[in-house]
Ligand binder design. Sequence first.
Ligand code: 13P
Ligand code: 13P
Ligand code: MG
Ligand code: MG
Length: 393
Amino acid sequence: MLKQSIKTCFKFLDITMVRIMSKTIKTTVTVIKADIGSLVGHHKVHPKQIEVAKKCLEVGKNNGIIEDFFVTHCGDDLELIMTHRHGENNQKVHELAWNTFKEVNEKVSKPLKLYAAGQDLLSDAFSGNIRGMGPGVAELEFEERGSDPIIVFMADKTEPGAWNLPLFKIFADPFNTAGLVIDPSMHDGFIFEVLDVIEGKSVRMKCPEEMYDLLALIGTPSRYVMFKIFRHDGLPAAAASTTRLSLIAGRYVGKDDPVCIVRAQHGLPAVGEILEAFAFPHLVAGWMRGSHNGPLMPVSAFNGSNKCTRFDGPPRVIALGFQVTNSKLIGPTDLFDDPAFDRSRALANEIADYLRYHGPFMPHRLGPEEMEYTTLPKVLEKLKNRFKTIDQR
Ligand code: 13P
Ligand code: 13P
Ligand code: MG
Ligand code: MG
């Protein structure tokens, strides 16, 4: 009898402890990506790169740096999806990712002479935070809800501003997200943090109140980039990478190929509302030599279409869904592997044809400000002395 009541007492304590702990423990989802060399030009990572990355992260997991991980790729970009309990910008987590990329570069990219080996590793030594060193980072720390579905979006052959339009639609456009009208917990809107990548300054704006001001900024996706999104009450809802490689390196070193984490359901947009924003293959900067506008095509991560071949494109986006459960990643599910997105892909192909007919002309080719970081200035330099002044009066 006594034994039984002691047992019940301990069981009760156990459950209480778990409850207390799960209340205070916050999970951080950290997605860090880098292009460290590709199989045949710029189209796909080598399977051995994924293999080595997995081994490195397994060590990180065993050492308690991370709780869980999933390694994948989007085209030629190696993607490390990690969960942990150390908060955003944690030195150990960033260092683990950095060392993983280094190891993959030394063990696979260099010996196999993969194309552009180590492309996104713009620094020699790790200095506390991986931001500004080349790889792209998106991180979101949150208290787990009863059930916490997230979607990790990863894109190839484009730049961080590519998320501006779909993120706006997901969190501010009632024609995309029915929940903004129907669900009382979303009715008061969302707060958007926008980064000016040229000035290195960010500003927070609230929708629907400041929708027009927000659009005035994010309509220039090469400069103003959606960085973080919170619900009106501060609940973290989304985070995106903002790295502009050309601004770090001062020259063209490949496109930034961004990542983005979006939380879903129960007072946030539904998974289907989030994906719906990608049914329209909007134009993004990137594609061939990072110098062309093209449609962002939603594709399956695993059915063979996750690679950029036609004119090194068109730009792709993949979406993996996970349940975040006690800091573990349950899943993934390959969300664009759905015939419902076939029409979006067909439209993207039609847009690609139309744009390709323009050849080297704008608006297919990017405008002069964007070309500044490419190899085009070398051509203009060569012609400099052949220009003669003409009286135009
Ligand atoms: P290179 O062939 O000179 O590398 O340039 C083309 C390209 O793919 C840009 O990254
Ligand atoms: P990535 O940025 O994906 O390496 O592509 C570079 C490129 O120049 C493709 O033409
Ligand atoms: Mg590349
Ligand atoms: Mg890439």
